[in-house]
Design a binder for this molecule. Structure first.
Ligand code: ADP
Ligand code: MG
Length: 248
């Protein structure tokens, strides 16, 4: 299987989304979503009544100052966090109503998440980290997982580190492994929080080209970034300020 085939592989799963989603219905739909934290200093509104629609195949960048609510927004869309109020539908599924026990598998099949600080499992090798989502969701025959994980590592150019523990890798390499892991289950949505923040400019360019290629293949991409040049590479930019969308 070549790296190109790994991307072609994306299409059947994307097809599933297309069949179930009417062209007019957004893939991601937030209705009046707020997130309020209770802190020692009192009530803090991290997201304030956010309405948002994102359609299948869009490449959306999310910008805003530190503390504006970007990570909170990603965490709500991926079901990592619960909204204080409002509704979140992904492919018409009410994510805000999913039970905690249902969420891990739902997320594993639906959204590949690249966390700001990678969150690779330190006791697993690089390739084992990439295979993990496939095992958790029981996707791909057991004997194909290793090869698929290796091809994904090749795609992000870090296959030479396949058998290392993550702590032996540079920040940029760990970031690339996290991207390979996010692609492991071929999910229709990829959500990334500062995906190129730890990368040198050449690697960042490779990753951006990969994201653009994924959207051409029907994936939907959400990318939090501080970098205005990178944000401009997306088709659409959502700007947050003090928990509100000020540009969509
Ligand atoms: P960004 O990713 O844009 O930098 P975040 O979404 O991480 O912003 O945070 C938005 C605001 O919510 C920040 O002011 C942050 O301090 C606050 N916040 C985030 N998580 C928590 C939490 N668990 N408890 C209290 N406040 C929080
Ligand atoms: Mg953040």
């Amino acid at each position: 299987m070549s790296s190109v085939d790994i991307l072609k592989h994306s299409l059947p799963h994307v097809g599933v989304v297309m069949e179930t989603t009417s062209p007019t219905k957004p893939l991601i739909h937030l209705k009046g979503v707020s997130k309020i934290y209770q802190t020692d200093a009192g009530r803090f509104v991290a997201l304030d009544n956010v309405d948002l629609q994102i359609h299948q195949g869009e490449f959306v960048s999310i910008v805003g100052k530190s503390g504006s609510g970007k990570t909170t927004l990603i965490n709500l869309i991926t079901g990592i966090d619960q909204p204080s109020s409002g509704e979140i539908y992904i492919d018409q599924k009410p994510v805000h109503l999913l039970k905690e026990s249902e969420k891990a598998v739902w997320r594993g099949l639906t959204i590949g998440v690249v966390f700001q600080f990678f969150q690779l499992l330190p006791t697993l090798t690089v390739i084992e980290n990439v295979m993990l989502p496939m095992s958790l969701c029981n996707l791909y025959p057991g004997n194909e997982r290793l090869e698929r994980a290796y091809e994904l590592l090749k795609l992000v150019q870090v296959e030479h580190q396949a058998d290392q523990l993550p702590s032996f890798l540079s920040g940029g390499e760990q970031q690339r492994v996290a991207i390979a892991r996010a692609l492991a289950n071929d999910p229709p949505i990829i959500a990334t929080d500062e995906p190129t923040g730890n990368l040198d400019s050449h690697t960042a360019e490779t990753i951006m080209a990969l994201f653009q290629d994924l959207t051409r293949r029907g994936k939907t991409l959400l990318m939090v970034t501080h970098d205005p040049d990178l944000a401009a590479r997306a088709q659409r930019t959502i700007a947050l300020a003090d928990g509100r969308i000020v540009r969509a």
